[in-house]
Design a protein around this ligand. Structure first.
Ligand code: SAH
Ligand code: SF4
Ligand code: F3S
Length: 468
């Protein structure tokens, strides 16, 4: 069997490259890096590791491509529009590189694990210096070293399921919440989804490694953690520790300083009664659940290889609500899966009306090369699919608004996360259930837990007033 972890020697070898780069970068003006992320929170977390490596290698950070000495695109392959944006932005970098030939351009992440895409970049985007995949992020110091000292292009993409690299440096996003990946990869092979192909098989991190990271972020002042995995409910199945995801939540909650624990994503087929108990009983585990249903029709769920039915899903929601009546619920929905008929879609619509989610993330199906669904013929045309998508959004907006209105006149604990992007004087925060709340208040409240009276409701957020 392959090693579970990248060896300490190899990690040390990479540290040595970082140190050499740092010496090189210490000469002259400060070198700047820009990391651009597409895709999910796990990718954001990977980008935090990339920034950690860059900082350890002597780079500062900037926000504009024109100011950068190194630019890294961390890509997502889940839908075509994410890929198209990368190609567009990568094309635009050609001009910048022409003016500044010493600029190092790197591209990594899920898109690179698809051979046809990596080949296309190698062939048509000659200005890209570094290509690496999801399993080789830890080798970035060596890849940069090769480019800056030898001027040659470095490519490091492997197909292996990727041993886990612990101890990669990290520069986290500032704020209240720290992302912590507890596992990598996915074993589910939903027929539309590229993730298992680009992230490999499920690998769980050791409990102690996770707990050490949680202790570390708590000591740095993060109050909330978000545990990440493509299917957190199968955490530990590949370990011999006997600790499953529910046990892990309880262990993490014992770390001092952490006030709230969130997690994503849970696969409905593995969502257990034991987890419901933890959400109901552990005060630190947020009463919030993201449980992607994808579709409301059993025929489509079967073709999607989701391995649950509409009825078993609804049964789980019922159980969860019986134990945790005020739980906030969100979901993901795909509209226009190839075999979806109009009556299948009506079942999705009826499901969201039955569950009444707080909000939904809906996506138009995007064909992914190499997945089983890519071989299926479409039943509906594009116009029909778009019309259905709009109907779904309209129905959900009304539900979200109605649910938000039920918050008006009540009080909640809100952790203030920061200033609103559109208005300096507005602070934003979240309730335990993850509801976004806007209040007027002083910036000194950022990071604090405050009591808030909800005065009015919008579709996407609540407006509150600070209780004295
Ligand atoms: N592991 C998570 C989700 C990962 S991808 C889970 O199983 O829930 C996030 C969401 O993207 C999915 O829930 C799905 O709704 C959507 N998605 C995945 N592949 C897609 C595709 N080919 N086209 C459109 N949406 C897709
Ligand atoms: Fe994709 Fe399904 Fe795995 Fe989620 S569980 S990442 S949708 S294959
Ligand atoms: Fe995208 Fe990769 Fe995440 S494909 S959704 S960035 S795991």
């Amino acid at each position: 069997m392959a090693e579970k972890h990248i060896s300490a020697e190899e990690m040390q070898r990479q540290v040595a490259f970082s140190e050499k780069l740092k010496e090189l970068n210490a000469a002259g003006r400060e070198k700047k890096a820009l990391v651009v992320t597409y895709g999910c929170q796990q990718n954001e977390n990977d980008s935090e590791r990339i920034r950690g490596i860059l900082a350890a290698s002597g780079y500062g950070f900037c926000e504009k491509p024109e100011e950068a000495d190194i630019i890294i695109y961390n890509t997502c392959a889940v839908r075509e529009n994410a890929e198209l944006r990368v190609f567009g932005n990568l094309g635009a970098l050609k001009l910048i590189k022409r003016k500044k030939p010493e600029l190092v351009i790197g591209i990594c992440g899920c898109m690179m694990q698809q051979k046809h895409i990596a080949d296309q970049i190698k062939k048509k985007y000659k200005h890209v210096d570094i290509l690496f995949g999801t399993h080789t992020l830890y080798t970035l110091p060596e890849l940069i070293w090769q480019v800056v000292t030898q001027g040659q292009r470095s490519v490091h993409i492997i197909d292996s399921d990727g041993a886990i690299a612990e101890e990669i440096p990290i520069v986290r996003a500032e704020g209240v919440t720290a992302y912590i990946s507890i596992m990598f990869g996915c074993n589910n092979f939903c027929s539309y989804c590229i993730v298992p192909y680009v992230r490999g098989r499920e690998r769980s991190r050791d409990v102690e490694d996770i707990l050490n990271e949680v202790r570390d972020v708590a000591s740095k002042g993060y109050k909330e953690i978000m545990l990440l995995g493509q299917n957190v409910n199968s955490y530990g199945k590949d370990l011999q520790s006997g600790i499953d995801f529910s046990d892990l939540l309880n262990l993490v909650s014992e770390v001092d300083g952490i006030e709230r624990i969130r997690f994503m994503t849970s696969h409905p087929k593995d969502f257990s009664d034991k987890l419901i108990d933890v959400i109901a009983e552990n005060k630190k585990v947020c009463r919030q659940m993201h449980l992607p249903v994808q579709a409301g029709s059993n025929a489509v769920l079967e073709k999607m290889n989701r391995r649950y039915t509409r009825e078993s899903y609804l049964e789980k929601i019922k159980k969860l609500r019986a134990r945790v009546p005020d739980v906030t619920l969100t979901t993901d929905i795909i509209v226009g899966f190839p075999t979806e008929t109009q009556s299948d879609f009506e079942e999705t619509l009826s499901l969201i009306k039955e569950v009444r989610y707080d909000s939904i993330y809906s996506f138009i199906y995007s064909k992914r090369v190499g997945t089983p669904a890519a071989e299926m013929d479409f039943v509906m045309d594009e116009a029909q699919i778009h019309a259905n998508f709009d109907r779904l959004l309209e129905a959900q907006n009304q539900i979200s608004r109605e649910i938000n209105e039920s918050y008006v006149g009540k009080e909640y604990d809100v952790i203030i996360e920061g200033k609103s992007k559109t208005d300096e004087n507005i602070l934003t925060g979240r309730t335990e259930g993850g509801k976004l709340v806007h209040i007027t208040g002083d910036a000194s409240l950022i990071g604090q837990t405050v009591r808030v009276y909800i005065a009015s409701a919008m579709t996407w957020y609540l407006k509150g007033e600070l209780k004295k």
